[in-house]
Design a protein around this ligand. Sequence first.
Ligand code: HEM
Length: 139
Amino acid sequence: MILASSLASPSTLIRLSLHVLAACVWVGGQIVLAGLVPTLRTLGDEAPRKVAQAFGRLSWPAYWLLIITGFWNYAAVHGSSQSSSWNAAFGIKMLMVVVAGLGAFLHTRATTAASRGVFAGIGTLATLAAMVLGVLLAG
Ligand code: HEM
């Protein structure tokens, strides 16, 4: 038997569209910026730093939007009454969100190229994990 799926309600449409839009900017922006760094270096010593600062003016609002819409998601799907495996995945996702934010922040504050690279790597891996866990939670 084939079950017909129904369309998302207006509030679900707004909630998930905002969450996914913010994830696109936060996750996708980091990947695109990393890919552009070699080209930016050819434009001058200051170019990567200036572009990274400009990106920060977009990425941090996206991060806070992820957190606001994330709590909206949790309330809307009644997280506290979901299964224990769902809540375990949610807990790991929250840890990944914190590590992603800390990694990105420490990356901007790092004073050596090596520590900048380590924090960027940790932050990006945690960000990707948070994204995949989000898809897992959405079911
Ligand atoms: C780095 C930050 C984050 C990323 C990249 C991210 C990404 C995602 C993605 C891609 C989805 C799947 C959306 C879909 O398939 O429709 C999702 C769902 C979800 N996210 Fe996040 N998210 C982040 C932060 C948060 C935070 C901070 C919370 C909670 C406070 C949260 C709670 C949820 C919940 C509960 C769902 C399931 C929503 C549903 O089933 O309707 N997320 N997330």
